[in-house]
Structure formats: structure tokens, C-alpha cells
Design a protein around this ligand. Structure first.
Ligand code: TGC
Ligand code: FAD
Length: 406
């Protein structure tokens, strides 16, 4: 709050401050288009997702009917060039969309970020013309869905050790794929999978595996306490014959999948802020309404400390992702900068969730409020796309030049 204007004091108490929040008037850094898109995604979330999210999360049922809706609002690949039906918008727009979806639920954002950053992005960047024409327009509309297979049962943080492999089928047309991927978002319903596997020389390639190919199965992973609105599963390849034309011509090596992760991690850095904002907003409202010892709990210093720290960290996180978005738009963002933002913003979201949950007392553990759901979701978000530790080591290596991974 500026000290010299009454107008600003009033502004900080207005209703839109609850739903934004925008303590440093960062909206001034956004374009009118950014704000319009944010308003329209927010309106969609309020109308279609907020009314059902608690129920589907409690039941661990993915709301399949929203896939087409997410395509219609432009949530799939908004940051990709406008050719082939993709969004043609900038990275900040992408971030804003992820923020608004994750304000509702990390699992919903996951579904969108896998489709846009881990399926459409590699096809756009590494795919052949035929692959782009064949898949991108339908992926953008949500008519078909994809998943991304990098992690294996024995190779999570160290994907370069993968054992999934392919060899020439000897018929001039196909390769034979064997192996297994684990913890794959969207796999049980995906129509296609972007799969990373080693050739006979041990060099990593990416390829598109289609549902229905013989020997390809996608068993679901059940009983998750986290990300219950996102479907997770395996990818199992048992002598799957994959046409050579499905292999990406544009990349070899681990940098292929890791380049896709840059885009997805960027979206998560924005998305996690959305979850943090929802926790802050919920706790702030509650603190004004909940009366103990004859006054709103928001009047007690201990509760104000929690709220003050939440809004401070959210504001710092907003500045971080806005600047990162500018660097992404200019093609100047480094992977290490993206790691820092993913790590920082997920951590602050976890802290906001924990503090907000305490502020709600017993009510904080119920499904009447979204906080416990966010808190459980964030346990996946802090693990996937590189764990908290891995991102710290990426920063450590960047600043020291020393590799502490092994
Ligand atoms: P290293 O030797 O460092 O690198 C191998 C090659 O890759 C290049 N590279 C990158 N390129 C682009 N972007 C990046 N972020 C890159 N990081 C590295 C590097 O320059 C090198 O290129 P070249 O040309 O010299 O070959 O590789 P390493 O084996 O030492 O591993 C490095 C490490 C640990 C940082 C990396 O493997 C890593 O990030 N591990 C974490 C694994 C991870 O994030 N998995 C995510 C799986 S997908 C997922 O979780 C989806 S969740 C989706 C959802 O539901 O939202
Ligand atoms: P591990 O790598 O076994 O790590 C275990 C612990 O050891 C962690 O704390 C880690 O930080 C630590 N550790 C590992 N190496 C080091 C080191 N060098 N130094 C210090 N500490 C270290 N993957 C996909 O490919 N596609 C997906 O769509 C996908 N979706 C996912 C959805 C969910 C819900 C989850 C939970 C995971 C998903 N993943 C996906 C997998 C995810 O990327 C991995 O879980 C993650 O990379 C960590 O791998 P891991 O679980 O094998 O843990």
C-alpha cells in the first residue's frame, strides 16, 4: 500500500485484491491481451471447474468432458507458433493460463501442461512436417490427447540411464520398441505417447507411439493421495512395432526431453503461484470471518504474520515469473533460471498451503476448503519435472561450475 494515497488504501481492500492478489500492481506489466485472456480463463474455471473440482478430487475421477473445453479456451499449446492450429501467443500468456488452472487444481494444470509442453512442444520443435500436420491440430483442440514418457521405474532423476530401447525391425519400415515408463501423467487415456528411448548405439531418440499398436499397454496407477484429478499410469512396450516415420528427425540425446522440460517447468512456476494465491485468498477471507476471543482471528499478530509472509512470497514469485516470461519470449532464458523459478515457486506454494491450513484450524483439513487438496497436490508438483533437490543442484552447478549430481 502506498503511504500517500487514500485511493490505494481503499484499493487494497477491494474485492479484486482477494482474487488477484496483485500487491505490487504487477498488472501494469501485463498487456491488455494478457489481462483479457486471464479474465476469460478465470471465468471458465469459475463456471466449469470450481463447481466440480472438490467432488472429482475426492472421488479421484478425472473429468474427461473438460478436455474439449480446455482445447476450446486455448489451454493446449498457447505458446506454440500459430501454424498447425496452435495458439501463437507468448510465454507470459502460457504462464497466466497455467496459473489460472492451478488456482483451481494442480491436476488440471498438469493435464494441460503435459499436452502443451511435453507433447505438442516436441512435435513442434523436433517433429517432421508430416507429424506436425497429423497430430498438432487435433492435440490443440483436445480431440486427441498425449502423454510424455521419460521416467522409468529405475531412472527418475537420472533419465540418461534409461533402458527403454528400440532396434531396427529389419523390414526397412519399422523399429521394435521394448521397455517401460512409470509415473506418466495422462497415460491411461492418451491417444499418443511421446516416448524417449535408446537406439542400438545407446543414443536417445524421441518417437510417437499410438494407442492400439500391438504390445503397447498403459496400466493406471491407483491410490494416489496427491493429484487425484490427474490420471497417472505406466507405458509398457513389449516388442511394439513403431514406424520409423514416427521418430522425431530433429533431435538426438538427452537434450531432447530436457528441452521440453524447460517449457513445462516454466508453466509450473506460474501454476504453483496459482495454488499459492488460492490458499492465501482462502486464509485471508477466513481470517476476517472467523471470530475467536471476541474478534476476527485476522486481528491477532500470529495470523497476520502468516498472511504477511504469504503475500510477500507470492509477490516475489510473481516478479520472478514475469521476468522469466520476458526472457522466454526473447529466447534468452537459461535452463538454470527456469529451475530456480520452478523450485522457488513450488516451495512458496507449499509454505502458503501449510500456513493457510493452520489458519483454518480444523476446517482446514476438510474438503469444504481447497487448501488440503492444494497441499497434497503440491507434493507431486515438488517431485515431478525435477525434484526440489535436483533443481537446487542445477542452481548449484550453474553458480559454481561443479557437478554435484554424482
Ligand atoms: P547432462 O549431462 O547435464 O545433460 C545432457 C544433455 O542435455 C543438455 N541439457 C539440457 N538441454 C536443454 N534443457 C535443459 N534443461 C538441459 N539440461 C541439460 C546438456 O547440455 C547436455 O547436452 P549435450 O548436447 O552436451 O548432450 O545430463 P545428466 O544426465 O547429468 O542429467 C542432468 C539432470 C539431472 C539435471 C537432468 O537429467 C534432470 O533434469 N533430471 C530430472 C529429471 C526430470 O525432470 N524428469 C521429469 C520427467 S517428466 C515429468 O515429470 C512430467 S510431470 C508432468 C505433469 O504432470 O505436469
Ligand atoms: P528418485 O530419482 O528416485 O529420487 C528419490 C530422492 O532422491 C528424491 O528426493 C531426489 O531428490 C533424490 N535424489 C536423486 N538423485 C539425487 C542426487 N544426485 N543428489 C541428491 N539427491 C538426489 N515422468 C514422466 O516422464 N512423465 C510424466 O508425465 C510424469 N508425470 C508424473 C506425475 C506424478 C504424479 C509424479 C509423482 C511423477 C511424474 N513423473 C513423470 C515422474 C517424475 O518426473 C519423477 O517422479 C521425478 O523425476 C523423480 O524421480 P523418482 O520418483 O524416480 O525419484
Amino acid at each position: 500500500m502506498s503511504i500517500d494515497t487514500k485511493e490505494n488504501f481503499t484499493r487494497s481492500n477491494k474485492q479484486d485484491q482477494y482474487i488477484q492478489p496483485d500487491y505490487y500492481v504487477l498488472d501494469d506489466l501485463l498487456t491488455e491481451e494478457h489481462k483479457l485472456i486471464r479474465a476469460s480463463v478465470r471465468e471458465y474455471v469459475k463456471r466449469e471447474l470450481s463447481p466440480i473440482i472438490e467432488d472429482v478430487a475426492q472421488k479421484a475421477q478425472f473429468p474427461y468432458h473438460i478436455l474439449k473445453q480446455l482445447g476450446d479456451i486455448g489451454a493446449f499449446g498457447p505458446q506454440l507458433p500459430a501454424e498447425y492450429g496452435c495458439g501463437g501467443m507468448d510465454y507470459i500468456t502460457y504462464g497466466i493460463i497455467m496459473q489460472e488452472l492451478e488456482r483451481c487444481d494442480s491436476g488440471i494444470r498438469s493435464t494441460a501442461s503435459v499436452q502443451g509442453s511435453l507433447v505438442m512442444y516436441p512435435i513442434t520443435k523436433f517433429g517432421s512436417e508430416e507429424q506436425k500436420h497429423k497430430y498438432l491440430p487435433r492435440l490443440a483442440k483436445g480431440e486427441i490427447m498425449g502423454c510424455f514418457g521419460l521416467t522409468e521405474p529405475n531412472h527418475g532423476s537420472n533419465p540418461g540411464g534409461m533402458t527403454t530401447n528400440f532396434k531396427d525391425a529389419g523390414d526397412g519400415k519399422n523399429v521394435i520398441l521394448n521397455g517401460a515408463k512409470m509415473w506418466i501423467s495422462n497415460s491411461p487415456f492418451a491417444d499418443i505417447a511421446v516416448v524417449w528411448a535408446k537406439n542400438e548405439q545407446g543414443i536417445i531418440h524421441g518417437m510417437i507411439v499410438e494407442r492400439g499398436m500391438e504390445g503397447f499397454t498403459t496400466p493406471e496407477t491407483h491410490n494416489k493421495w496427491s493429484l487425484r484429478t490427474s490420471v497417472t499410469g505406466e507405458l509398457v512396450f513389449n516388442d511394439v512395432k513403431v514406424p520409423k516415420e514416427n521418430i522425431f528427425p530433429g533431435v538426438t540425446g538427452l537434450k531432447g526431453p530436457l528441452t521440453c522440460l524447460n517449457s513445462a517447468r516454466f508453466g509450473i512456476a506460474w501454476g504453483a503461484l496459482g495454488a499459492a494465491m488460492d490458499c492465501y485468498d482462502t486464509a485471508l477471507r477466513y481470517s476476517k470471518e472467523r471470530i475467536q476471543f471476541g474478534r476476527p482471528i485476522g486481528g491477532f499478530q500470529l495470523q497476520q504474520k502468516k498472511l504477511a509472509e504469504m503475500i510477500t512470497e507470492i509477490t516475489k514469485g510473481q516478479l520472478l515469473v514475469w521476468r522469466l516470461g520476458v526472457l522466454m519470449n526473447e529466447g534468452r532464458a537459461t535452463p538454470a533460471q527456469i529451475s530456480m523459478a520452478k523450485r522457488n515457486n513450488v516451495e512458496i506454494a507449499q509454505n502458503c498451503a501449510r500456513n493457510a491450513r493452520q489458519m483454518l484450524g480444523g476446517m482446514g483439513i476438510t474438503g469444504e476448503y481447497p487448501i488440503m487438496r492444494h497441499m497434497m497436490n503440491l507434493e507431486s508438483v515438488v517431485t515431478y519435472e525435477g525434484t526440489h533437490d535436483i533443481h537446487l543442484l542445477i542452481t548449484g552447478m550453474d553458480v559454481t561450475g561443479e557437478n554435484a549430481f554424482m
